[in-house]
Ligand binder design. Structure first.
Ligand code: SF4
Length: 198
């Protein structure tokens, strides 16, 4: 079955999902967007207010900064697939363990469908989740320690590169980090180009 159809099926499920309390405060669940055939998948935390209003990932201020970072790295937003760990609006921008447990099977299915060669995690929650899923527990540290480092794991469908990055919203709360993020994305862009991913 085509990837788009399989993803649409997940979207139909999250529209009516009540597996955690976040269904009560969502307007629109956000599945993800971009090229499902891309080798590169970006994973953030969850929808904010603007994302909830539009039903699309990374469309608020952090999303606008992410678009600039992608451009700096030599990537096009429409050339990657962007999603989140959580599919419904996080009113306090915080998530509980049980909410991650309830929602993450959707993300796992997205990863199975898209079969990315590179996963770029944005922020601590997405990084911790992906590191645990792919057996990188011993490398788990705060994003401030491991940002822009390259990790590789073997999977049933081949080698997977995992790159943890600061969440773009971090630079909005802490403008002093903007330059670090720019440098990180330029570095990662060069690496991905060298390896033929972009
Ligand atoms: S956040 Fe995930 S698990 Fe919770 S209601 Fe939304 S789709 Fe369901």
């Amino acid at each position: 079955m085509r990837k788009e159809i399989l993803l649409e099926k997940i979207f139909e499920e999250i529209k009516v999902c009540k597996k955690c309390s976040l269904w009560k405060t969502r307007k629109n669940p956000v599945l993800g967007e971009g090229d499902p055939n891309s080798k590169i998948m970006l994973i953030g935390l969850g929808p904010g207010k603007q994302e909830d209003a539009e039903g699309r990932p990374f469309v608020g201020a952090a999303g606008k900064f992410l678009n600039k970072l992608l451009k700096l790295a030599g990537m096009k937003r429409e050339g990657v697939y962007i999603t989140n760990v959580m599919k419904c609006f996080l009113p306090q921008n915080k998530v509980a363990e049980e909410q991650i447990r309830a929602c993450s099977p959707y993300l796992e299915r997205q990863i199975e469908i898209i079969k990315p060669r590179v996963i770029i995690t944005l922020g601590n929650v997405a990084t911790d989740f992906i590191f645990e899923k792919f057996g990188l527990q011993k490398h788990k540290h705060s994003i401030s320690k491991i940002h822009a480092q390259i990790f590789k794991v073997s999977t049933l469908v081949g080698e997977l590169t995992i790159i943890p990055m600061y969440h773009p919203a971090t630079a909005l709360y802490n403008p002093g980090l903007k330059e670090t993020l720019r440098e990180d994305w330029m570095k990662v862009g060069k690496y991905l180009k060298l390896k033929g991913f972009i």
